[in-house]
Design a protein around this ligand. Structure first.
Ligand SMILES: [Zn+2]
Ligand SMILES: [Zn+2]
Length: 271
């Protein structure tokens, strides 16, 4: 199938072959570290949850929004910048994103460790940091940060599992119900991201923030700032230089057209 902008992606076989035994060991270690650290943070937060259940629920909700935002940021960063040639980060974290745009069903063939190993590594450090906060009666902001972080990191860890389920033709019944209720990433919602050139709907925990961030042009603004500072072309490694440059030109033209029409438009007279 022809792709817009003359997109040239990397070799799928080489990307798949990049999943080495060393990466596998790194993922297993990360999942063990995640499990131990989340139990530690959970045990510190648990008495506060019993004592202040309404505040805890509110913080869990804030944490769910935080997870959606952070996974969107991470997905956008991995899709947009860097290359699989980078040591550790390139092969361990960026490679799966390149592979996923070429073959979106490959993720459904990954087992639990391959699906969730990288998320375990990233969340581990935030969990350890949050677990340093003292907890106890009267320590309200410490409890709020701890409870929101607990929620963000548990959902962050399972995000790629939710993402995998959104690509499965027959997910388990409970999962399908959670997708329908938009508690976790729904199937059709995520497919918006998979239309080339893959420039929107990056949030993959529950997708609640996708439309608001798209409406305000959040990721395009971030790209313009980073390009202005570093001179890098967004998505050059994912789409090839020609397509990535054409895409930037297109985005600039539509931003200019939008600015011109806003400044020259008469005041709204209704339809
Ligand atoms: Zn993507
Ligand atoms: Zn996907």
């Amino acid at each position: 199938m022809d792709k817009p902008y003359g997109i040239e992606q990397r070799d799928k076989k080489a990307l798949t072959a990049g999943y080495s035994p060393n990466i596998r060991r790194f993922e297993i270690t990360s999942i063990i570290a995640f499990t131990l650290s989340i139990l530690w943070l959970g045990s510190k937060i648990a008495p506060g949850v019993v004592a202040r259940p309404v505040l805890a629920l509110a913080m869990f909700f804030v944490g769910a929004l935080g997870a959606d935002f952070l996974t969107g940021m991470f997905h956008w960063a991995a899709d947009t910048w860097g290359t699989v040639e980078w040591p550790i980060v390139g092969v361990g974290l960026i490679r799966p994103f390149r592979e996923h745009h070429i073959d979106q069903l490959e993720i459904t063939r990954h087992d639990f460790i391959e699906t969730n190993g990288a998320s375990a590594f990233i969340t581990f450090f935030f969990i350890i940091a949050a677990a340093q906060l003292p907890q106890g009666p009267g320590l309200t902001w410490q409890f709020c940060v701890g409870a929101a972080t607990l929620s963000t990191m548990i959902l962050g860890f399972f995000t790629n599992q939710f993402h995998k389920w959104s690509h499965e033709s027959r997910p388990p019944a409970l999962v399908a119900a959670l997708q329908r209720w938009h508690v976790i990433l729904p199937v059709g919602h995520h497919q918006v991201h998979h239309v080339a050139p893959y420039t929107k709907y990056y949030c993959i925990t529950n997708g609640w923030l996708n439309e608001p961030l798209h409406q305000i042009g959040y990721f395009r603004v971030m790209e313009r700032v980073i390009s202005a500072v570093t001179g890098l072309v967004p998505r050059e490694d994912d789409l090839g230089k020609k397509a990535a440059t054409a895409l930037v030109d297109d985005a600039l033209k539509s931003a200019e057209a939008a600015a011109t029409s806003t400044s020259s438009a008469p005041s709204q007279s209704g339809r």
